[in-house]
Design a protein around this ligand. Structure first.
Ligand code: ADP
Length: 651
């Protein structure tokens, strides 16, 4: 207590504390120093201890097994503790001795080889003349803090490394929308410098993203695509923006260069457009082809039918039958190809009409009976009596499916039977599930080819076509039609024993008393009715005309729309058959013009379109032009008869 010398014991009335008061104060300070876990000590100019607290004494004891005494040299003890790189510390201490306050972080090890980081806050100590005569040190274990700082530093180093090398631009935008930062190799990649965006307005730079920027400024993250024109090139960026974590009201954003993906997307879109155009061209080609091929086919088949009915000589009869058979095969091939393309193009729409199931099955049976009798194959169709008689569905497509399967079965069966079974699988409310089975005792199908036969243009073996004919399209069409109706077809077959084809279809039960029935095969006279046939193709006119004459119809002709319009105005017809593609005025225009004439009879006159097109759109176009119905060319005499009969008899 050297420095208490000269301080009086009693109060001196000078306001100076007495020696006792000072001693009390020192005692308080001492107890504070002793109770802290920090090491506190002081040494003179020669680094010899002049004071230390218990905590420091304890640290030195556990650290080096030394009992610290006043007068011990700090530098020596520190060196023993594995710390204090003498030079560095001496330099710092010199600065403290010159009057600075400095914090040093030092690492020390103890006897157990634990190393720890210590913060040493060094303060100069002054004598009563104001001269530095030593220093005090406040020393604390800051290992946790140091470790944490190290971790943060490592992480931020890593992050900066990532940000610098990612092909992105990282930016910050303040509350006013001004860029305050822009960094990242994404900038250099396009020849820009870091911070080149600083000072620019983000709303002007990203005009399309105002809403997203506004949202981010209001505290919500968002995404947008921006474009940058630089050096005559356009760059496209995917931006992610979010409120800056540290500064309120500002945004941080990342812009990733997606120019290449963007270009690829555009190329893909163009390719898609091209493919769609090609599809359209294919469709158009089909329409034209069907028109071109089916019109002369119409003539060939029609004329053959007529010649056969005109009492030919026996040797002509044989030739005509070959002509009839070949032209019909050719037509069915064309129809199959068109039908298949239509399904593939998604142009087939299924009808939902009331039809009489029993009558439909009976007429299918009738149509195939002849074929079966010729081969002495037993052929029958069994209908489950539980099945409702009138159903709602597409009778024409159902007929097509059954015809395909039955004609295959008959084609590939030479003895035994072909049996078709229709059974009711279940009925829930008005939904009826019907199971169809077509079984034959024919040549059968090799197991490996069971799935293959449903592909287009495939037959089970190379000699099938030679032996049985066919194109390999029938089952492909059948399968797709069944799938369109929501069903699936399966086959069970043993080579040499026979085959069974199965599928289920769902229909709605109709509460009508009668439905669509197959047209009758007998042609009753239609004498007394007058028809106007509007058709530019002479051969078609002759063929259709000859048929209609057989049915005793009174026929008038027009070769284009303008002539048709004139004739309709002058004469009373019971029905107009209107070709669609004609010179001068086509069938659509002519029909619209007829409907626009004033007078009830022009509104009610039945107009039936004649079309060689196979496209589903035709139906709508025909209806839009005010026509009542359409018949596809080449005419099936039965269809031509039944449609004419239907409309004239209504009148
Ligand atoms: P195709 O017009 O050639 O008959 P399909 O698609 O209808 O074409 O049939 C494809 C092939 O499947 C036939 O060529 C035949 O090899 C085989 N096939 C189809 N139905 C039967 C059947 N009931 N019995 C034996 N083979 C059949």
């Amino acid at each position: 207590m050297e420095y208490l010398k000269g301080i009086s014991e009693e109060s001196t009335h000078t306001g100076q504390p007495t020696r006792r008061e000072l001693l009390e104060e020192i005692a308080i300070l001492q107890s504070v120093l002793e109770s802290t876990s920090a090491s506190i000590f002081a040494f003179d100019k020669n680094f010899n201890y002049i004071a230390f607290n218990k905590s420091h004494q304890q640290t030195v004891r556990t650290g080096r097994g030394i009992d610290l005494k006043i007068g011990d040299n700090y530098l020596e003890i520190a060196r023993m503790n594995g710390g204090t790189d003498g030079d560095k510390t001496q330099k710092i201490f010199k600065r403290v001795m010159a009057g600075e306050t400095i914090e040093v972080i030092e690492e020390f090890g103890d006897l157990a080889l634990h190393r720890a980081s210590f913060s040493m806050i060094c303060n100069p100590m002054y004598d009563h003349e104001g001269q530095v005569n030593g220093m005090t040190v406040f020393c604390q274990d800051v290992s946790e803090r140091v470790a944490l700082e190290k971790e943060v530093e490592e992480k931020s180093h890593l992050l900066n490394g990532v940000l610098d090398n990612l092909p992105v631009i990282t930016y910050e935008v303040d509350a006013e929308g001004i860029f305050t930062k822009s960094v990242g190799s994404g900038l250099q990649a396009v020849g820009l410098q870091n911070d080149e965006l600083v000072g620019k307005n983000a709303f002007e730079s990203f005009p399309a993203a105002a809403v997203e920027l506004q949202k981010a400024l209001a505290g919500k993250s968002g995404q947008f695509v921006s474009k940058l024109d630089w050096d005559g090139q356009e760059y496209v960026y995917q931006n992610n923006v979010f409120p800056s974590p540290d500064q309120q009201g500002s945004i941080t954003g990342f812009a990733l260069n997606i120019t290449q993906q963007h270009q690829a997307e555009i190329a893909l879109l163009k390719a898609k457009e091209k493919a769609e155009q090609a599809m359209l061209a294919k469709q158009q080609f089909l329409t034209n082809m069907s028109h071109e091929i089916r019109t002369p086919m119409n003539a060939v088949i029609g004329m053959t039918h007529l010649l056969l009915q005109e009492d030919p000589k026996p040797d002509q009869l044989e030739n005509l039958n070959i002509l009839k058979f070949s032209s019909e095969s050719l037509l069915s091939l064309i129809n199959d190809i068109l039908d298949y393309s239509k399904i593939e193009l998604g142009k087939v729409t299924l009808e939902k009409i009331d039809f009489n199931l029993i009558e439909l099955i009976n007429s299918i049976k009738q149509a195939h009976n002849l074929h079966a009798e010729g081969k002495e194959v037993f052929f029958n169709i069994n209908i489950d009596p539980k099945l409702p008689e009138i159903l709602i569905g597409d009778p024409v497509r159902l007929t097509q499916i059954l015809n395909n399967l039955i004609s295959n079965a008959l084609k590939f069966t030479n003895e035994g039977y072909v049996i078709v079974d229709l059974s009711m699988k279940k009925i829930v409310d008005d939904l009826v599930d019907v199971s169809f089975t077509i079984t034959d005792t024919g040549i059968g199908i090799e197991p490996a080819l069971k799935d293959y036969i449903f592909e287009s243009f495939t037959q089970a073996s190379a000699d099938i076509s030679r032996r049985f004919g066919g194109t390999g399209l029938g089952l492909a069409i059948t399968k797709r039609l069944i799938e369109l109706k929501g069903g699936k077809i399966y086959v069970d077959s043993t080579l040499g024993k026979g085959s069974s084809f199965f599928f289920d279809l769902q229909f709605k039960k109709s509460n009508k008393k009668s439905g669509y029935t197959m047209p009758a095969l007998v042609f009753e006279s239609l004498a007394g009715f007058k028809v106007l046939l509007v058709e530019d193709n002479e051969i078609n006119t002759i063929v259709a005309g000859k048929f209609m004459k057989k049915w005793d119809l009174d026929i008038d002709y027009a070769i284009h729309g303008i002539e048709a319009l004139e004739k309709v105005k002058k004469n009373e017809y019971d029905v107009v058959l209107m070709d669609l593609q004609m010179p001068k005025m086509d069938g659509y225009e002519a029909s619209t013009a007829i409907r626009n004439l004033s007078g009830k009879r022009f509104k009610e006159l039945p107009i039936i379109a004649l079309t060689a097109s196979v496209l589903a759109e035709i139906n709508n176009q025909v209806m839009d032009a005010g026509m009542n119905d359409y018949i596809s060319k080449p005419f099936n005499p039965m269809e031509l008869y039944s449609k004419i009969a239907k409309y004239v008899r209504k009148r």
